[in-house]
Design a protein around this ligand. Structure first.
Ligand SMILES: NC(=O)c1ccc[n+]([C@@H]2O[C@H](COP(=O)([O-])OP(=O)(O)OC[C@H]3O[C@@H](n4cnc5c(N)ncnc54)[C@H](O)[C@@H]3O)[C@@H](O)[C@H]2O)c1
Ligand SMILES: [Zn+2]
Length: 375
């Protein structure tokens, strides 16, 4: 019994999660069973997937888990960002409870970033947290959403505002699953790969530009290399800063403007397309502010165009974009913050050691007019 006035201290160092494997191999989803059984032994596996992805890709995965002796069931939910809600979360958790899933459960998230975030959040909260295995099926989910442990849902006040860090027990990336992905979603994923090159690796950036055509045509070997390099780059940043206190912010390059564009489009614009235009705008503004080397924005635009990505986002109200940015999660006291390039292949560190910058209003407004305003 604690004596009145006694303070007990829990060790906060238990917070960072243990290491986990990311396996990138064509066909890996069809022999996932033994891999999942090893890292996430559970008496029951709940495979959570949006209906269209389940129809395409759940069968082999379920069969493989069952063949390895696991009890696996499929729980589907409606497709799209509009399903990444509390309502879907409660529906899934209620169905799992009704089906008798207990603490000895592991969740398998099969699908794009929506499935990863939603199923990851179900896993983070179910019975106070059960393991999750991520099986991403979009390029964006492979190289971005499934690595790093961020899970969550969208609420009326904004995207991803309710969630948790919940690192996966295992991530299985099967580039063969991308064969059924619509090409615009492939392009949207390439935008994030170009971002990885732009912030961390100029050789990789140039490699993507050279191989854009083959990548978009579905070259499996090149796609596997791309996924591997992007994951390697992202994982290194995440490992160094798992809870996003510092340098992890560089992964947000292009995203402050990108999020404002997505918001202004009523979320009809694909995230990767908004980030593509956002990267150009942030590079232009960075150049104008003397932070980013001149010529960077046009080099970015060339590579984005080679991948069929937009460098001009349409006609938006620039004041509206500026207002949206001041409400961004990463804004400080209403001033938006930007991860900026120093040059292609490296980010600029700001005074005080942070990796985000404020931008002069004029530089930002001019770049927004150029990239997203009326022509
Ligand atoms: N957690 C993170 O760190 C993180 C990072 C980036 C993005 N995200 C989130 O990811 C989400 C966007 O992810 P997304 O672009 O993958 O969207 P998505 O999950 O909605 O998938 C896009 C579309 O592709 C379909 N699809 C998926 N895989 C397919 C396949 N193999 N073949 C055919 N169709 C397939 C889906 O059914 C859907 O219609 C957003 O909610 C975003 O917030 C999270
Ligand atoms: Zn992104």
């Amino acid at each position: 019994v604690p004596v009145d006035g006694t303070t007990l201290t829990l060790n906060p160092a238990t917070r960072p999660a243990p290491a986990y494997d990311i396996i990138i191999r064509s066909g890996v989803s069809a022999d996932a069973g033994p891999l999942i059984a090893t890292v996430a032994p559970a008496s029951r596996y709940a495979v959570l997937a949006p209906a269209p992805v389940a129809a395409l890709h759940a069968e082999h995965l379920l069969a493989s888990i069952r063949a390895a002796g696991g009890h696996a069931e499929l729980f589907t939910f409606p497709d799209g960002e509009s399903a990444k809600t509390r309502a879907t979360w409660s529906d899934l958790t209620d169905r799992m409870l009704a089906a008798g899933y207990g603490r000895d459960t592991a969740v398998v998230a099969l699908g794009g970033g929506v499935a990863g975030d939603l199923a990851g959040f179900v896993a983070a909260t179910y019975m106070r947290g059960v393991p999750v295995v991520q099986v991403p099926t979009t390029l964006l989910a492979m190289i971005d959403a499934s690595v790093g442990g961020k899970t969550g849902i969208d609420v009326a006040a904004g995207k991803n505002l309710v969630g948790a860090f919940h690192q996966p027990a295992l991530v299985l990336m099967d580039p063969a699953l991308l064969r059924t992905l619509p090409v615009d979603h492939l392009r949207a994923g390439l935008a994030e790969a170009i971002k990885h090159g732009a912030i961390l690796d100029a050789d990789y950036f140039d490699w993507i530009a050279r191989h854009a055509g083959e990548l978009l045509a579905g070259d499996a070997a090149l796609m596997t290399r791309l996924v591997a390099r992007s994951v390697e780059l992202k994982a290194a940043v995440v490992a160094e800063d798992p809870l996003e206190h510092g340098r992890r912010a560089i992964l947000n390059f292009g995203h402050t403007v990108g999020h404002a564009l997505e918001h202004a489009s009523g979320y009809t614009m694909l995230h990767g397309f908004a980030v593509a235009a956002g990267m150009v705008a942030e590079a232009e503004a960075g150049e104008a502010a003397g932070i980013t080397a001149s010529g960077t924005a046009s080099r970015l635009a060339d590579t984005l165009r080679a991948c069929g990505l937009p460098t001009h986002a349409g006609t938006f109200d620039v004041d509206g974009l500026l207002a949206a940015m001041s409400l961004d999660k990463k804004a400080r006291g209403g001033t938006p913050r930007f991860a900026l390039l120093q040059h292609v292949g490296g980010c600029a560190q700001a005074a005080g050691g942070t990796w985000t910058h404020a931008l002069p209003h004029n530089a930002l407004a001019a770049a927004l007019r150029h990239v997203a305003g009326a022509r």
